[in-house]
Design a protein around this ligand. Structure first.
Ligand code: ATP
Ligand code: MG
Length: 566
């Protein structure tokens, strides 16, 4: 399977093909939109971007790149009460980190507030919109249901001049929130509820992160989005399937306001991942209720969380390529996302030895004070990565669970009387166990075979090979292990609150871990494969001489196993 070149913006050897690219190709060949292709990625700055957004980002920027077009970054900031500059900055950083560039094409829907208002007045003057003075509850009650038509508001036929006057006074701030709205005058009997005189403007006396208090009326998404697209010359407005029923309204807004361009909306199936929730509202609840440590908590499905966990932009782009783009909803196995990361890091991440839960080993026939260096391979997948020296001495640490006093069947690691090879070093035999008063094992006594590294018995095969670090040379570190944040495949099954489905063991902190000394000065964001333990990434909490590592994924590849079997 191919993966995207690590150079951002470079298209893969075989460009992906999907129904959206087919439409765009057809449009370009037919000379629609003057042969131009112009897309946009339009996040609302009301939270951090998540892996679902990555699918949309790869699609929008990818289509633009494939067809020689452009992709805008548009902040869809029409809802002042939920939006914040912190989110704007995070969105920019995350899109860039994924490897995409909007060049100078960054826009805000709030830049169009004046134009949007002018178009709204035009609609009122042409009898295509009116000010309704029913309450929100009354409007809902008038809207009807899927089986019953809606009923017109008593204000529906209010004279144009009266609506215009009220709309201007709405803007001027004369009315409190909720007293009036501007509605499109379309069809209260339409089988499509979105066409039953949808709301275009609401009164909201709120501070906006960009326009401050200049406005107290704000346009709805359904009104602002098509016009923003048109003003930017967007040709293909790609969005998720839940907007399919809004498309007639999208087209109505364009046809009725007659902006300078005619974009077309195309819908695709959103990404759903098992063991994950992606609604920003629910992710915000996790953050606000401190059930995770912020938006970039490595357990979060946010781009910032995935980055901190150790995911690479290459692996996320490869994942988006593999899931493809279709019109049918499905649920993707999170094991595929982990698989793409393993594939990427297997190629690129240097190997290192790290003992997560240390157990001391004393090699009693090894001379005190002696230190040897052994050669370790940096990456068997990449001969160019070379080798490094690792110190070996009389006192070492191995992993606690690599020892069993009474070994289970097929336990080929260390136990009394058993032999194992220490990776890149000697064969040792366990000769004794030291315990404290509580009966806990505190130390293993071993002997080593001095000929087993480069001497007569160097080629000797023993059943188990263990990783280790030299006790005197090792770097103390904190290692954080993660499991799924939610217990169930579908945390929202049956409409349950996903916050009641949290996995209490999603984070395990191991503050007593020991790393080989080459990792002492590691910089945050650096990846390693810790032999036998998985792929890890140095956390931003890392300090000089005190590394903190996150496990991104284990080595066990559930996806590879499943796809082989399937
Ligand atoms: P949420 O439900 O998480 O709040 P949203 O759709 O409201 O998501 P926006 O900021 O409006 O979030 O989304 C920006 C773009 O990303 C939209 O075009 C939207 O369709 C797309 N998008 C959001 N979630 C997904 C997803 N799970 N899969 C694919 N695209 C998505
Ligand atoms: Mg949205």
């Amino acid at each position: 399977m191919s993966s995207i070149d690590s150079d951002p913006g470079v298209t893969p050897a075989a460009p992906p093909s999907d129904f959206i690219r087919e439409i765009v190709r057809g449009d370009q060949e037919a000379g629609r939109h003057g042969g131009r292709v112009h897309t946009r990625f339009p996040p609302e700055p009301n939270g951090y971007l998540h892996i679902g957004h990555a699918k949309s980002i790869c699609l929008n920027f990818g289509v633009a790149a494939d067809f020689g077009g452009w992709c805008n970054l548009r902040l869809d900031d029409t809802n002042p009460t939920k939006e914040d500059v912190e989110y704007v900055e995070a969105i920019m950083a995350d899109v860039r980190w994924l490897g995409f560039d909007w060049h100078e094409r960054m826009y805000f829907a709030s830049d169009y507030f004046e134009r949007l208002y002018e178009y709204a007045e035009l609609l009122v003057r042409e009898g295509k919109a009116y000010v309704d003075s029913l309450s929100a509850d009354e409007i809902r009650a008038h809207r009807g249901t899927l089986t019953e038509p809606g009923r017109p508001s008593p204000y529906r036929d209010r004279p144009v001049e009266e609506s215009l006057d009220l709309f201007r006074r709405m803007r001027a701030g004369e009315f409190p929130d909720g007293t009036h709205v501007l509605r499109a005058k379309i069809d209260m009997a339409s089988p499509n509820i979105n066409m039953r005189d949808p709301t275009l403007y609401r009164i909201r006396h709120a501070h906006h992160h960009r326009t401050g208090t200049a406005w107290c009326i704000y346009p709805t998404y359904d009104y602002a989005h098509p016009i923003s697209d048109a003003l930017e010359g967007i040709t293909h407005s790609i969005c998720t399937l839940e907007f399919e029923d809004h498309r007639p309204l999208y087209d109505w807004v364009i046809a009725s306001t007659r902006p300078p361009a005619t974009p077309q909306q195309i819908e695709f199936a959103r990404l759903n991942l098992n063991y994950t929730v992606m609604s920003k509202r629910k992710l915000l609840a996790l953050v606000e209720q401190r059930l995770v440590h912020g938006w970039d908590d490595p357990r979060m499905p946010t781009i910032a969380g995935l980055r901190r966990r150790g995911f690479t932009p290459e692996s996320i782009r490869d994942f988006c390529l593999r899931i493809g783009v279709a019109k049918k909803e499905n649920v993707v196995d999170i094991a595929l996302l982990e698989h793409t990361l393993r594939e990427d890091l297997n190629r690129r991440a240097p190997r290192a030895m790290a003992v997560l839960r240390p157990l001391k080993v004393v090699i009693e026939n090894y001379p005190e004070g002696r230190v040897e260096t052994v050669m370790a391979v940096n990456n068997p997948e990449d001969p160019g990565a070379g080798t490094r020296e690792v110190p070996f001495s009389r006192e070492l640490y191995i992993e606690q669970d690599d020892f069993m006093e009474e070994p289970a069947k097929k336990f080929f690691r260390l136990s009394p009387g058993a032999e194992v090879r220490l990776r890149y070093a000697y064969v040792i035999t366990c000769t004794g166990v030291v315990k404290n008063e509580a009966g806990t094992i505190t130390e293993l006594q071993c002997t080593y075979d001095p000929e087993s590294l480069s001497g007569e018995t160097a080629a000797r095969r023993v059943k188990g090979t263990l990783h280790w670090v030299s006790a005197a040379h090792a770097v103390a570190a904190e290692v954080r292990l993660y499991d799924r944040l939610f217990l169930s495949e579908d945390p929202e099954a049956g409409g349950r609150d996903p916050l009641s489905d949290l996995n209490p063991a999603s984070l395990v902190r191991l503050p007593e871990s020991r790393l080989e000394p080459s990792l002492a000065g590691v910089a945050a964001g650096t990846h390693y494969q810790f032999e036998r333990q998985g792929y890890f990434c140095a956390d931003p909490d890392t300090r000089a001489g005190a590394p903190v590592f996150n496990r991104a994924v284990t080595l066990k590849d559930a996806w590879a196993r499943l796809s082989k079997r399937g």
